[in-house]
Design a protein around this ligand. Structure first.
Ligand SMILES: Nc1ncnc2c1ncn2[C@@H]1O[C@H](COP(=O)(O)OP(=O)(O)OP(=O)(O)O)[C@@H](O)[C@H]1O
Ligand SMILES: Cc1ncsc1CCO
Ligand SMILES: [Mg+2]
Length: 262
């Protein structure tokens, strides 16, 4: 696992351009900043080209878009392709809301993404697999998560991260797993949004998006796990503050020591 990408982020401080959602935008910006990259957000389509041009990666979050914002997301995605910038998408709640699935599927034909990061409900929906998603949460399903991640990667021609108690990462050929983490992530709304944008930071410093995705999942999950071990209780508010601290302080050595991969 290429955990050294963490040090490269901190050395290079790459700009990650995000179209975020209004619920978690602050956590996403601070998460990128804490890990060692440089966030920038925008809601203005007229500045799309300049934004993409200065960025080393682009992360598109579909968490709470309006119809006008869909046009913005489409333009930014197409520009990311044109400027050859790594492109990550977070298809929030596409497993629960048909309208969102339709929009996401259209966007995935408007431009080519490099990495999709979603929970089981979201990735199953994009793979066309039956699953009972619950709002922004993964929900319930009986499918094989490895097969679903792989099928989604093959269908969308990209790397897929299916996050959850175990993160399942696939490029359509191989499946890798990160078994670290803590259930406390589920008590902080936007843990997934933070991970998706941090995946952008890792993709900014590596041309190998499968490796970038794996390293991002490992660093984020281990950071949360270290906080949980120090916390000694179910404290969602404290967890989110200390997670931000840990994203800044966690070292390559700590991640490598704690890492449980498959
Ligand atoms: N039960 C769990 N145990 C350990 N780690 C978990 C658990 N659930 C989620 N995680 C971790 O939480 C992070 C976010 O993943 P998750 O699948 O919860 O995203 P999400 O559903 O999109 O979240 P959100 O909607 O809050 O943004 C990942 O790093 C994942 O590994
Ligand atoms: C709660 C919520 N609703 C739309 S987006 C969002 C944050 C998680 O993505
Ligand atoms: Mg999510």
């Amino acid at each position: 696992m290429q955990i050294e990408l963490l040090d490269q982020i901190r050395a290079q401080n790459p700009i990650v351009f995000n179209i975020s959602n209004f619920v978690t935008v602050q956590d996403v910006a601070n998460g990128i900043n804490s890990i060692g990259a440089s966030p920038i957000m925008s809601e203005e389509i007229a500045e799309s080209e300049e934004m993409v041009a200065i960025s080393s990666a682009v992360a598109l979050n579909l968490g709470a878009f309006t119809t006008a914002q869909v046009a913005h997301i489409k333009r930014v995605g197409q520009l990311a392709n044109q400027y050859k910038k790594p492109l990550v998408i977070d298809p929030v709640a596409v497993g629960a809301i048909k309208f969102r699935l339709d929009v996401a599927e259209q966007l995935l034909t408007d431009f080519q993404v490099d990495i999709i990061r979603g929970n089981a409900g979201e990735i199953a929906a994009l793979a066309g697999v039956d699953w009972q998603a619950k709002g922004i949460d993964a929900g319930e399903g009986s499918g094989d998560l490895d097969a679903i991640a792989k099928a989604c990667a093959l269908k969308q021609h990209c790397v897929v991260i299916l996050s959850g108690p175990t993160d399942v990462i696939s490029d359509g050929k191989t499946v890798a797993k990160v078994k670290n983490g803590t259930p406390l992530f589920q008590l902080h709304v936007g843990s997934g949004d933070m991970l998706s944008s941090i995946v952008g930071a890792f993709a900014a410093v590596s041309d190998n998006y499968f490796e970038a995705a794996k390293a991002a999942c490992a660093v984020f999950a281990v950071a949360g796990q270290l906080v949980a071990e120090e916390l000694g209780g179910e404290l969602p508010g404290t967890f989110s503050v200390k997670l931000m601290d840990k994203l800044h302080l966690v070292t390559r050595q700590q991640v490598e020591e704690k890492l449980r991969e498959a």
